[in-house]
Design a protein around this ligand. Structure first.
Ligand code: UD1
Length: 340
């Protein structure tokens, strides 16, 4: 019997990768996860085979690609903390850029046909007006954004001389968790706003800070385009289908096309959790753009993407349920957030 081809998901034990693995398995894909568990968790891999290893390890990667007859790779394994990338740039260029180069070389050798790359809105830096389309010039302002942009370029250049087709997804602010709280975001020392706010609401942190209240925005705080991780994962599934149907290599912004301010997010967290947060207003965080919103028309038009969870309170509710689940005995469920 012919063996089913498989999808290799690097970083599949991490926050976004684990949600994509779950969705792929739900539609019958054979999934192999390669993750070094530096920030991911084996328990987050609900389906498929987990191989603990590094994308920079040529022998391991090549063996997996050949053994499992991998036709498509989804590459999530990366470091993602902007301030850390400023302090330790080579860590980012090593893991996010050099290891991606290794992975691409292995894909070329093993004849992998399709590649889905996890990139970031950080490649735009601070775009004029705070709205970015895929045509907006890329001017990253930190090593994290540059490390991802270099990988985008490698992928593009490789696709020009091989029959590999690819999609690059540039994520805006990913948030929320599986609506059934089976998996979630457990990144240690999290810096992302909604995660930090939920940790504060549950008492893991005494207070949280608003970085900057003097931005040229309606309430003076930063504005971001928050996208639910389930909708983002769905875009990846559609991207894979598109590539297998012979779609042209392309870059897609992933966001809802509208934003919320930091204060609006914190109001939502207090409303959903019923907890009052201790908030300190401090100076701007270096490198933060005032406003960053996706023009995501291409994702809708070319991949037929129809987001289901464009609702700030729902995003927060799923993040909150996960926070409660990991902080409390399992018996205190149920954790199903009402689907809107
Ligand atoms: C950034 C990156 C993004 C990356 C992510 C993870 C850019 C443009 N975006 O998103 O690509 O994936 O980091 O590292 O570089 N805030 C507070 N208090 C907090 C935390 C955040 O006020 O405790 C504010 C920030 O100043 C910002 C907003 O909340 O205005 C969102 O911040 P955050 O959740 O950290 O994400 P980004 O910095 O937008």
């Amino acid at each position: 019997m012919k063996k089913q081809s498989a999808v290799l998901v690097t970083g599949g034990a991490g926050y976004i990768g684990s949600h994509v693995v779950r969705q792929l398995a739900e539609v019958g894909e054979r999934v192999i996860v390669l993750d070094n568990l530096s920030t991911g968790f084996a328990e987050s891999v609900l389906h498929g085979d987990l191989i603990v290893g590094d994308t920079g390890d040529r022998d391991t990667v090549l063996a997996i690609l050949r053994e499992y007859r991998v036709d498509a790779v989804m590459h999530f394994a990366a470091h993602t903390v902007v301030p850390e990338s400023v302090r330790d740039p080579l860590k980012y260029y090593g893991n996010n850029t050099s290891s991606t180069r290794n992975l691409l070389e292995c894909c070329q050798e093993a004849g992998v046909k399709h590649f889905v790359f996890s990139s970031t809105a950080a490649v735009y830096g601070t775009p004029d007006g705070g709205l970015a389309s895929e045509e907006t010039p890329t001017r990253p302002i930190n090593p994290y954004g540059r490390s991802k942009l270099m990988s985008e370029w490698m992928l593009h250049d490789l696709s020009q001389v091989t029959d590999l087709n690819y999609v690059t997804f540039r994520y805006f602010n990913v948030a929320g968790c599986d609506p059934y709280a089976r998996i979630g975001q457990s990144t240690p020392n999290a810096t992302l706003l909604i995660k930090v706010a939920c940790e504060t609401a549950i008492g893991k942190r005494a207070q949280l800070k608003i970085f900057g209240t003097d931005y040229p925005t309606p309430d003076g705080t930063g504005v971001r385009d928050f996208i639910h991780v389930e909708d983002l994962a769905e875009a990846h599934r559609l991207g894979l289908e598109y590539l297998r149907n012979g779609g042209d290599s392309s870059v897609f912004n992933c966001g809802y096309g509208h934003g919320y301010s930091v204060r609006e997010v914190l109001d939502s967290v207090q409303r959903v959790t019923g907890k009052s947060l201790t908030i300190e207003e401090v100076a701007r965080r270096p490198g933060d753009p005032p406003r960053l919103i996706a023009d995501s028309g291409r994702l809708h038009q070319r991949l037929g993407w129809k987001p289901r969870y464009d609702d700030l309170d729902f995003i927060v509710e799923t993040a909150w349920n996960w926070e409660r689940r990991v902080s409390a005995p399992k018996s205190q469920g149920p954790w199903l957030a009402p689907v809107r």
